[in-house]
Design a protein around this ligand. Structure first.
Ligand SMILES: [Ca+2]
Length: 221
């Protein structure tokens, strides 16, 4: 009983919440040209047998930066939809996505029929620079497989990738050029609590002890 009280006190002190505490780790990937992939190292949840991990949350605060050059070479006017985006993904150790952020910038351009010059300008073309967008996405996991994968000593290496997914559409004959960069802030949050030793399991342990003692006695005879 005393131990349980002590844990509760520690948990309150460390988190402000009565029955859960958090460990937050963060890392960031600086702005660079897509596509790229790298890996991020995080500590596993390692507070010993008296605490259990109850939830793991992964978040990506992703940013996309881009420029686009568009020229419609259509014989008639058209509305061109332009999207500058990147897919930022944090992967688990078996390369399954844990969380995906897709910051997306969209723009529409009314193009005339081809103006005769393929210069991403004039009346049938346009050049955009300095386009940016952000998206924050968080995913939480409470399943036993994920919790056990993030519990243990040492560190875990998670893959992080950025795939440019910019598009332009709306004209049948369209010349496009995109430049896309991305950056991301990644957080891994462990939510945990003091492991409760329930009465039935104490009884079971005591029972096992008696059986073991009994076996030992039988062996000695
Ligand atoms: Ca033009």
């Amino acid at each position: 009983m005393f131990k349980k009280l002590l844990f509760s006190f520690l948990l309150i002190a460390s988190s402000g919440a009565a029955n859960a505490a958090l460990i937050t780790q963060s890392d960031s990937v600086t702005r660079q040209s897509t596509n790229f992939s790298t890996s991020l190292i995080f500590d596993l949840f390692d507070l010993g047998p008296n605490f259990e991990l109850t939830k793991v949350s992964f978040s990506i605060d992703g940013d996309v930066f881009g420029s686009a050059e568009i020229e419609s070479r259509d014989a008639s006017a058209s509305t061109i939809d332009i999207s500058i985006s990147v897919e930022l993904t944090l992967f688990d150790t078996s390369n399954a996505p844990l969380v995906i952020s897709i910051p997306l910038f969209t723009q529409q351009f009314e193009a005339t029929a081809y103006d005769g010059t393929n210069d991403a300008g004039g009346t049938s073309g346009i050049t955009y620079t300095g386009l940016t967008a952000s998206q924050f996405v968080s995913e939480s996991y409470t399943d036993a497989l994920t919790l056990s994968a993030f519990t243990g000593t040492g560190t875990v290496s998670l893959g992080f990738g950025a795939k440019g997914t910019s598009t332009a559409s709306g004209s049948g004959n369209l010349a496009t050029f995109f430049e896309t960069e991305a950056s991301g802030d990644v957080e891994v949050i462990y939510e945990y609590r003091a492991r409760e030793v329930s009465e039935p399991s104490m009884v079971a342990l005591f029972g096992l002890g008696l059986i073991a003692l009994g076996s030992l006695r039988r062996i000695k005879k």
